[in-house]
Structures are given as structure tokens and as C-alpha cells.
Design a protein around this ligand. Structure first.
Ligand code: GN1
Ligand code: MG
Length: 350
């Protein structure tokens, strides 16, 4: 990213800045994210157009939710992108899509939680967003990535990766492939919930992992949630599930400390309490029966995605070394095994 291009982008937002610095920000895998320091601070993102085929749909969904929230919940802090001078909330410049958002000062986004209160806070923050969006009509929202959290589709991709992936990688992944195949009943549960309409469609964030929550540096309260690219209709399984996946794990998804990867039940308790403090009234009786299944669903899907990508030669997730995706899939396997180990007792006492 050069400063001339940056100046051009900022000028389209009506920002004329002479003193500028720019540096990479955060640990997101999909977009390139920068912190821009000018008179104020901004988050500039280069949208990954290969993955988000229709970036305008992102802008439309966010605009729709934003309008609804500002009308019905004017106090709610919804971190929407700035508009260009022409009024667009996403900028197309020389074939590249950009988005500029004000940077929330004095906040941090962690990759791993170190206090149960943070789990409560973060889950409450996403619960508030979901609850505030509970009554929004779904018509007019579009899928920003097709079949994004369709577990059945992800399983098919996995099967294709087993068919078409490299022999050497398949050999190496034998144990993982076997585990992920054996867990196939999780797909059947999802298909049943979906095909029999046992759970309702709701607007979901679809990426509630812990580093998408902004915490206040002093009070450690959750100030806002960010990364709204996949705000679109889906099932409660997605948002609750990704929180379980990333808030309760004692290690982050990059970790290879295999024996340390486990679910921390006290974090699970705190996150469910935070989520339900907002969502208790909105959830249906059936959804409440599937709270922990949501965790299994998301860990399993993330593991399938990492493993499929590994088998297919790492075309989706950026990697830091050749075994990165393999390790991520193993990490998720261990986490899923631990969730399944504690699930029966946890459900009895919850
Ligand atoms: C990706 O880019 P990032 O880190 O926000 C992915 C999520 C995964 C996550 C795993 C569009 O999110 O679905 O859960 O990596 N986003 C997309 O870390 O694929
Ligand atoms: Mg994301």
C-alpha cells in the first residue's frame, strides 16, 4: 500500500491529510486491514473480492441493518463504514473495493480471552446485536457468501477435497480425515433442523470470533463488535457456535500446544450467561435445546474448512508455513473432542 494511493482513497472520502501513517492491523485472515493515522484514526480494508464476489451486497446488508438499528435502537453503537463524498459505503477504485471505518479509540481486540468476565461481556455484545435485530424483516438481505455456514455444503467440499486433494497430504491427514468423517452425524442434525424448519432464520453476524469484539482498554467492557461482512440471514448456531469455539478454548486456533487445547467450562458458563442475558426471550424452546450443539457445529465446520483447504493445497486461508491448515484442523479436532467429553455433564448442571 503506497501513500499516493492512500491519499487518493482518503480524498474520495473528503479527507485531505498531509501527515499520514499506515500499518497492518489485526489478525483477520481474509481482507487486508490497515490502521491509518491522520488527524483521526481509521481502519482501511481492502475487500477480498475473490471471496466476496459481490461486495455491494455487504454494503446493502449493513445499510439495511444500520437503518433499522438507528431507528429502533438509537443508543446502540453500530460500527458502520464511512461514506464517500458520493455517498457510497464501499469504494470501488481501479477494480479494487475499499472500505473505511472510524477506528474506535482506546479499544483492543484479543485473540484469546484471559478473564471469564470478557466472555460474558463479548457474548452479551453479540447477544445485544442479535436481539436488537430480532424483528428486522429478512427480505432484502442477501447472502454475501453463498452457503457460507451450510454445514452440508462444507461436508460436500470436504468429500471433494478427499477425492481431488494431493495424495501426500491425504496420507498425512489420515487420522484427521477419519475423525472428521466419523463426526458426520453433526451434519445430519443440521439437515434435520433446517429441512423441518425446527429453528428460525435470523440475521446473524457469522463471524463472532473473539477478535471481532472491541474491548475498552480500561474497563474491559465490550464497546462494539466489528467485521460486518457476513451480516446476513442464518441460524443462531452460527453466532453462538463461533463464540463457543473461540471464547472457551484455552488456546487460539493457531496453537499447536496439543495437550493444552481444551474447553474451559467456566468460560462456557460465562458466555452462555452473557448471551442469554440478551437472547433468553428471543430464542425458541428448540434453539435452547441446541445451545451446545451450536459449539459442535461451528468447531466441526471450521475444522472441515481448514482440512479441506489443506488437502486442496491452501487456496483459501493464508498460511504461514505448509502445515498451518493441517495444524488448524487438528486444533479444531481436539477442541471438538473436548467439548463432546464435557457436554453431557455440563448440560446436566447448566
Ligand atoms: C475468516 O478473515 P477473518 O479472520 O475475519 C473466515 C471465518 C473463519 C475465520 C477463522 C469470510 O475470518 O469464517 O471463521 O477466518 N471468514 C471468511 O479464523 O471465510
Ligand atoms: Mg471475518
Amino acid at each position: 500500500m503506497n501513500l499516493t494511493l492512500l491519499r487518493e482513497i482518503l480524498s474520495l472520502y473528503g479527507l485531505k491529510e498531509t501527515e499520514l501513517t499506515i500499518k497492518p492491523l489485526g489478525s483477520g485472515l481474509i481482507h487486508q486491514t490497515y490502521l491509518v493515522t491522520a488527524e483521526s484514526k481509521y481502519v482501511l480494508q481492502k475487500i477480498n473480492h475473490a471471496i466476496f464476489k459481490n461486495p455491494e451486497a455487504i454494503a446493502r446488508n449493513i445499510d439495511r441493518a444500520g437503518t433499522y438499528l438507528s431507528k429502533n435502537y438509537p443508543e446502540y453503537i453500530f460500527l458502520t463504514p464511512l461514506r464517500t463524498q458520493k455517498g457510497e459505503s464501499i469504494l470501488l477504485l481501479n477494480g479494487v473495493y475499499w472500505r473505511l471505518t472510524p477506528f474506535a479509540e482506546n479499544t483492543y481486540s484479543p485473540d484469546l480471552l484471559e478473564k471469564t468476565e470478557q466472555a460474558y461481556e463479548a457474548a452479551k455484545a453479540f447477544g445485544t446485536l442479535m436481539n436488537n435485530l430480532n424483528g428486522i424483516p429478512l427480505v432484502g438481505f442477501s447472502e454475501t457468501i453463498k452457503d457460507f455456514h451450510n454445514l452440508s455444503f462444507r461436508y460436500e467440499q470436504f468429500e471433494e477435497a478427499i477425492q481431488n486433494g494431493s495424495l501426500e497430504r491425504k496420507k498425512l491427514s489420515k487420522e484427521l480425515i477419519q475423525f472428521y468423517k466419523e463426526q458426520n452425524r453433526l451434519v445430519n442434525i443440521f439437515n434435520k433442523l433446517k429441512s423441518e424448519n425446527l429453528i428460525p432464520l435470523r440475521v446473524q453476524h457469522h463471524d463472532t470470533k473473539i477478535n471481532n469484539v472491541l474491548f475498552d482498554q480500561k474497563s474491559h467492557k465490550a464497546v462494539a463488535v466489528c467485521d460486518l461482512d457476513t451480516l446476513m440471514p442464518g441460524y443462531f448456531l452460527s453466532d453462538l457456535g463461533d463464540m463457543i469455539r473461540t471464547y472457551t478454548s484455552a488456546e487460539n486456533e493457531e496453537s499447536t500446544k496439543w495437550e493444552a487445547i481444551r474447553i474451559r467450562p467456566e468460560y462456557l458458563n460465562a458466555l452462555l450467561a452473557g448471551y442469554l442475558s440478551e437472547m433468553d426471550q428471543s430464542l425458541t424452546a428448540t434453539e435452547k435445546e441446541y445451545l451446545l450443539y451450536a459449539g459442535e457445529f461451528m468447531i466441526y465446520m471450521q475444522g472441515l474448512r481448514f482440512l479441506s483447504d489443506f488437502l486442496m493445497g491452501d487456496t483459501y486461508y493464508p498460511i504461514k508455513h505448509p502445515l498451518n491448515n493441517f495444524n488448524r484442523a487438528k486444533n479444531q479436532m481436539l477442541l471438538l473432542q473436548d467439548l463432546q467429553r464435557i457436554k453431557p455433564d455440563f448440560e446436566k448442571t447448566f
